[in-house]
Design a protein around this ligand. Structure first.
Ligand code: NAP
Ligand code: MG
Length: 503
């Protein structure tokens, strides 16, 4: 009997016998390619966005941004120097003192509503641009990243004229100017998470996107122009880590907000020790997805797949450790493997693609090295057998079973489509294993019992605990970490509190 994966180019040959249940999934018809046709409207060159205008960098230098799915250059992006970062902060301070900080909240709300609506108007174009620049499947950028980014602007627009309810009984004031640095895994969404609460509260911003994914921030700058936001309220400076460091260390911002790796977060905290800057840090994670034997198994397996393979595992709260109750461990492993066989890895612009491209060659190297360590340390590896495109950065969805707590794949953040499976016998053991990590960003619990969910949510040291679901987000729900996953919250009333002064 011919066994084909969903990516196989031809139909399966007829078989006489009944295929084993797990192979039924593998015998699907191949999908027609369905490339998205919206024009991403990219410029060939992007300047810095300072004081409401795109300007050439004073360094005179540009760097290329590429499409990780095919390694082709998309555009040249300005490389900011210290003088550019300084100009951006001065523009932000001027705007905060003369316009934005003086506007009543209801007026600020109008601008935020406008940004949200303009983003919705251009959603398809933004989705294609996000997918081309970062490598994530179009169905994710189209159905998650872009609508969620708009939702964050809508949500915070709604708060802007009701800020007295953020801290009832207290008078609140904006902090002034804020410096923000974001990573490459949710480029536009991270922009929205950072900008919307800061602006609603009356702050002005200088933000640095990640080097590999600056395009949608710069397209958002076009929307900011179209929305007539006063010049200087939002400024984007582009470049790599040194530009981020210059944003964090500048003397003007009263607060810095960082999302990225724990390693860089620690460097920033060390560099700011002794200063009076407020800080929020959204850092790495190594979440546990915990399945008890009374869980709805098929739903849980789907949740695990979504939890780790969503966005190629480039998710800080990815469920990268699976803790399974021993009585159902074998059944779940078999179901996971069957499900993995039909995951389509490939062209992110094809709307049938489940797992897109790894964001950069460097990240692909990190994932490959950690997976090798898993094999060397004795865990059993299983990879889905789908053919990968010849060009571009791709990694097959991978699971490790027989993992112990000391293995690197169980301890370190891989930030790729790699799942480590461990087992447990009692609730206490599950809690102990889940909490036995330096991180504490998120966790998932799958069980039929409400009392067990509540018990686990109390015991798990994680900022978010999902119950019978995974990777669900809402602008009204605060998100943030415990331990080395950082401090401060984004979203909800708590997120707004991190952008104001109580006076
Ligand atoms: P990263 O290497 O820490 O980079 C994050 C951002 O910081 C990038 O814009 C980066 O610039 C910049 N940067 C690098 N060195 C810097 C320095 N010394 N000072 C200031 N900024 C500096 O992280 P990443 O690889 O982009 O993103 C993956 C990490 O982000 C993972 O650990 C993930 O868990 C975490 N993350 C956390 C959350 C959360 O909410 N907790 C959300 C998303 C991601 P360049 O990259 O341009 O050089
Ligand atoms: Mg790119």
């Amino acid at each position: 009997m011919a066994i084909l994966t969903a990516n196989s180019p031809t139909r399966p040959a007829r078989s006489r016998g009944r295929p084993a249940p797990e192979l039924i999934f593998g015998n699907l018809w191949p999908f027609d390619p369905a490339p998205e046709t919206a024009d991403p409207k990219l410029r060939t060159e992007y300047g810095l966005f300072i004081n409401g205008k795109f300007v050439a960098p004073r360094t005179g230098r540009y760097f290329p941004t590429i499409n990780p799915a095919n390694e082709q250059k998309l555009a040249d992006i300005a490389l900011a120097g210290a003088a550019d970062v300084d100009a951006a902060f001065r523009a932000a301070r001027r705007a905060q003192e003369t316009t934005w900080g003086r506007l009543p909240g209801r007026e600020r709300a109008k601008y935020l509503f406008r940004i949200a609506r303009l983003l919705q108007d251009r959603a398809r174009e933004f989705a294609v641009a996000e997918t081309m620049d970062g490598g994530k499947p179009i169905k994710e950028s189209r159905d998650f990243d872009i609508p969620m980014a708009a939702a964050h602007f809508f949500y915070h627009a709604g708060w802007a004229d009701k800020l007295e309810y953020v801290a009832p009984g207290r008078r609140i004031a904006p902090l002034g100017v804020v410096g923000q640095v974001i990573p490459w895994n949710f480029p536009l969404l991270m922009c929205a998470w950072k900008l919307a609460p800061a602006l609603a509260m009356g702050n002005c911003v200088v933000l640095k996107p990640a080097e590999t994914t600056s395009i949608t921030a710069l397209k958002l700058a076009e929307i900011i122009q179209d929305a007539d936001l006063p010049p200087g309220v939002v400024n984007f400076v582009t470049g790599a880590g040194e530009v981020g460091a210059a944003v964090m260390k500048h003397s003007i911002p009263a607060k810095v907000a960082f999302t990225g790796s724990t390693e860089v977060g620690k460097i920033i905290m060390r560099s700011l020790a002794g200063s009076d800057k407020k800080m929020t840090m959204e850092l790495g994670g190594k979440a546990a997805n915990i399945i008890f034997d009374d869980a709805p198994i098929d739903q849980a397996v789907e949740g695990v797949i979504n939890g780790i393979f969503f966005n190629q595992g480039h998710v800080c709260c990815a469920g990268s450790r699976l803790l399974v109750h021993e009585p159902v461990a074998e059944r779940i492993l078999a179901k996971l493997k069957a499900r993995m066989k039909v995951l389509r890895v490939g062209d992110p612009l094809d709307k049938n693609t489940d797992v897109g491209a790894i964001n950069s060659k460097e990240q692909l190297g990190k994932i490959t090295a950690l997976v090798k360590s898993g094999v060397a340390e004795g865990a059993q590896m299983f990879q889905s057998g789908c053919a990968l495109p010849a060009k571009g950065y791709y990694f097959l969805p991978t699971i490790f079973s027989g993992v112990s707590m000391s293995h690197r794949v169980a301890r370190e953040e891989i930030f790729g489509p790699v799942l480590s499976i461990l087992t447990f016998r009692t609730l206490e053991e599950a809690v102990e294993k889940a909490n036995n990590t330096a991180y504490g960003l998120s966790a998932g619990v799958w069980t039929d019992k409400g009392s067990r969910i509540l018990k686990m949510a109390t015991e798990l040291k994680a900022g978010v605990v999902w119950a019978n679901t995974y990777n669900k987000f809402d602008p009204a729900s605060p998100f943030g970490g415990y331990k080395e996953s950082g401090f401060g919250r984004e979203g909800g009333r708590q997120g707004l509190l991190d952008y104001c002064r109580l006076v």
